[in-house]
Write a protein that binds this ligand. Structure first.
Ligand code: 9D3
Length: 233
């Protein structure tokens, strides 16, 4: 799957590119391309933002450079699903990551903004709007990277077998993980639960299931009792 990011900071995506290289890109299954929005800026100063109509503080992303960048990328890659990263978007979660991995075989275009936000008319140019959570970032770049990493690892062939099973277990019950232990048997007075040393795999499986449920009920009650991750309206 191909990811194309429209951004004022294309160099931010070099590290992600390198991180994905190890597994996915080696097999040519995933690629990240960053496109510099500045190249479509207006005038000698390549302006991409302007003051808001109606007044107020901060700057707003002008629509023309974004439209030009979207059109330029889409011209040579027709099948891309266009996603605008914005605090007003649909909340990104594992079910949405799965949906994008399953339905965006033609690749994904991610539009990351800076400043106070996009001119409202930009929304008409995209397929969907996504937020990664209720906290304030300085721009959409880190949000784009989160979406890319979560979706890329779901592309068939990118993950090893063990990790694929891991993803399925998250999906099934949407529970938090059971507690993990490795050596040593005792660390600073804290012992590994005796049952994990017992070799009784039936008992171990039951203990892990109970611990996962107990931990989820305590820490994330909204995930228990057949509910999905998103809060009710
Ligand atoms: C003070 C009003 N802010 C709206 C919540 C203005 C504002 C803050 C941060 C406007 C844009 C931004 C930049 N954020 C993103 O571009 C962004 C984002 C985020 O801040 N949090 C979670 N997900 C995302 S996706 C894009």
């Amino acid at each position: 799957m191909d990811f194309h990011v429209i951004t004022l900071f294309p160099e931010m995506f070099a590290a992600l590119d390198a991180a994905l290289m190890g597994r996915a890109q080696k097999g040519g299954l995933v690629a990240v391309h960053a496109h510099n929005l500045r190249e479509h800026g207006l005038g000698n100063y390549r302006q991409v933002d302007d003051t808001p109509y109606g007044g107020g503080s901060g700057m707003v992303m002008r629509p023309e450079p974004i439209a030009a960048a979207i059109d330029a990328v889409a011209a040579t890659r027709p099948g891309l699903t266009k996603i605008l990263l914005t605090p007003q978007g649909e909340r990104f979660d594992q079910p949405l990551a799965r949906e994008l991995a399953a339905t965006c075989a033609g690749g994904i275009m991610l539009i990351a903004g800076r400043y106070e936000g996009f001119d409202e008319r930009v929304r008409e140019l995209v397929d969907r709007e996504v937020s990664i959570g209720d906290y304030v970032l300085s721009g959409g770049e880190l949000a784009a990277m989160v979406v890319i990493e979560a979706v890329a690892r779901l592309v068939p062939g990118v993950l090893g077998n063990a990790e694929s099973l891991d993803e399925e277990s998250f999906g099934a019950g949407n529970l938090l993980e059971y507690p993990h232990y490795t050596r040593p048997e005792e660390f600073r007075g804290m012992r590994v639960p005796e049952i994990l040393l017992s070799g009784d795999h039936g008992k171990i499986r039951a203990w892990r299931a109970a611990e996962a449920l107990r931990r989820t009920a305590r820490r994330r009650p909204e995930l228990v009792a057949g509910r999905r991750g998103k809060p009710e309206p």
